[in-house]
Design a protein around this ligand. Sequence first.
Ligand SMILES: [Zn+2]
Length: 301
Amino acid sequence: MSSTDKHFCRFCGTELEHTFVDLGDTPLANSFLSAQQLGQPEPSYPLHARVCSECLLVQVAAVVPPEEIFSDYAYFSSYSSTWVEHSRRFAQQSIRRFSLDRQSLVVEVASNDGYLLRHYAEAGISVLGVEPAANVAEAAREVGVPTEVRFFGEELAHELRQRGDAADLLIGNNVFAHVPELNDFAAGLAVMLKEEGAVSLEFPHLLRLIEQVQFDTIYHEHFCYFSLWSAQRVLEHHGLRVFDVEHLPTHGGSLRVFADHAEVASHRIPAGRGAPARAARSKERSSRNAHGRWCRIAPAL
Ligand SMILES: [Zn+2]
């Protein structure tokens, strides 16, 4: 690819003219080398994050097809005991908050090895995982989590709806940032979600990346870097309304965003939660006003 190629925002289509940070050519993360490969040159790919001047989505171009990265994935969520505990707590909280019971269906996109859905299944709630990595999905099935081995998008969501699956709770933890076809993914969420259901998405917070110069969280699998503002714009474009947000300590500082169908707006903003959400937006706004600063991060690394 030549440096004169144009790049366009994967959400709004605007030409990307501003560099967020250019890390040059780097090898793929999580692609571990065999002993035989150590003496050979390792393929490397451009790792150049750009920011859209229209929607402020920070993104890297998909230089490697997702099939190459995710079809045989080395990351099993259950290997991390802190992540398993984080997930167990979330399952318990969400069962109470959304009054989930034996009539409910919880769907997780990028459900990995069933680290999260197993907690709902143990509570007698129906679950369905969607996971493109066959080796990881097999581990999920072994712990009783039925799993579709597919990439999630609008087409799969329609297929699942047609066979009667619709999510009361639709979860996407650390997947929203990993999808190159962002609009197809967000459209799929809206299709998959029951009329009065809720979406819960967790993703690393761009503001933390900027404040703490977490340049090492930029890698080829991580296509988008969201602020609350940019995530909200993407979801709203697909008919989903954000009704709550939480700050999380995971992955250097993440957001958990809850959304529902905008037309139905069936979930109320919890008392006391409006203030933190307003504060988060206000802090992001001051960073946006300093937009020029984002483009000057690279020399600071
Ligand atoms: Zn854009």
